[in-house]
Design a protein around this ligand. Structure first.
Ligand code: ZN
Ligand code: ZN
Length: 342
């Protein structure tokens, strides 16, 4: 099959022909319909990112249809079924796996980040324990957005005492900032204010739940006050570069809550005493539970969220390596998907 293969940091992905995957116990091989490029993929292929093995096939935001099923697979699946899946293959036997939290399984393998080849390919492998069926109304584009939507949902679900009525500040309007804005609005936040340097991304956030924008390079807090009449009692850090947590601490009022969603792979510093002075809560979140995935799919199937516009480009294998590199520098793109048959 065709796949986008990582060689070493600093070199673009290379499109190669590699052996077709075959399903292990409980697994299915799926024909990839769409697979998104994620900020995590960009971090992982940087010089300072986690060291990815040469030959890694990236891609953990995919949707596709089953072409083969391995032995002892969970009941109820057949060839042609449409699905998306959590980017983990758990052991299937531990408490975390039974609870639908394969991320916490000690024996988990990660799809698309070195352990199991990912979805930037014609085919990929998933474990059917971690798969979610995509009903007919859910398009392939939406199917490939379920993973980032589930990451943001997981972050928003972790908020103390829910979202209803809160004044929220979201730092960064990349795909995770945008999807976080969507869920904050969905769950009833009063104001959802986005701080983002790129005008294209900032404007896009207004379509997905943001109720106002502040200039990321300006006086964020006085602009926030002007728009909302108050302080940001809840702040989501969705950028993931050093210095952002310190900024959030500076923005938060007494008793404020900061949720760190941005995936920062470099050392960072902040002044604990400043956070203590305001008795802030700072929570780090990662990944998603199976219940987050299922909720996203249910909301898409019921047409209660409309996210297709978050896809700003769909590329072929030929276009993928340069599209991937282009996302490393500030961009107006939101989600870029591979379509393997283009
Ligand atoms: Zn991702
Ligand atoms: Zn397990």
């Amino acid at each position: 099959m065709k796949a986008a293969v990582f060689q070493e940091p600093g070199k673009p992905l290379v499109i190669e022909t590699i052996p077709d995957p075959s399903p292990d116990i409980g697994e299915a091989v799926i024909r990839v319909k769409h697979c998104g490029i994620c900020g995590t993929d960009l971090h992982a292929t940087e010089r300072h990112g986690a060291r990815l093995p040469e030959g890694t096939v990236l891609g953990h935001e995919f949707a596709g249809e089953i072409v083969a099923i391995g032995r002892d697979a969970p009941e109820g699946w057949k060839e042609g079924d449409r699905l998306c899946a959590l980017p983990f293959i758990g052991c299937g036997k531990c408490l975390a796996c039974f609870q639908g939290k394969p991320w916490q399984c000690q024996a988990k393998r990660i799809i698309g980040l070195g352990e199991v080849p990912g979805g930037l390919a014609e085919y990929t492998r998933v474990h059917l324990n971690e798969a979610i069926r995509l009903p007919a109304p859910v398009t392939w584009r939406e199917g490939a957005l379920v993973e980032p939507l589930a990451v943001a949902l997981h972050a928003v679900r972790g908020v103390r005492n829910g979202l209803a009525g809160k004044n929220v500040l979201i730092i960064g309007a990349g795909p995770i900032g945008l999807t976080t804005a969507l869920w904050c609005s969905f769950f009833g936040a009063r104001h959802v204010i986005v701080s983002e340097l790129d005008q294209g991304r900032a404007q896009l956030s207004l379509k997905y739940g943001a109720t106002g924008l502040v200039d990321a390079g300006g006086d964020v807090i006085s602009e926030f006050r002007e728009l909302t009449g108050g302080a940001p009692e809840l702040i989501f850090e969705c950028v993931g570069v050093p210095g952002m947590i310190a900024k959030c601490i500076g923005f938060a009022p007494y008793g404020g809550e900061i949720i760190v969603v941005g995936f920062c792979t470099k050392p960072d510093t902040f002044m604990p005493a400043l956070a203590m002075a305001n008795e802030l809560s700072i929570r780090f979140v990662l990944a998603q539970d199976k219940s987050d995935f299922q909720f996203v799919v249910d909301m898409l199937a019921a047409n209660r969220i409309d996210v297709e516009g978050m896809v700003t480009d769909v590329v072929s294998f030929g276009e993928l390596p340069s599209a991937f590199e282009a996302l490393r520098t500030p961009t107006s793109q939101c989600k870029v998907l591979l379509d393997p048959v283009l």
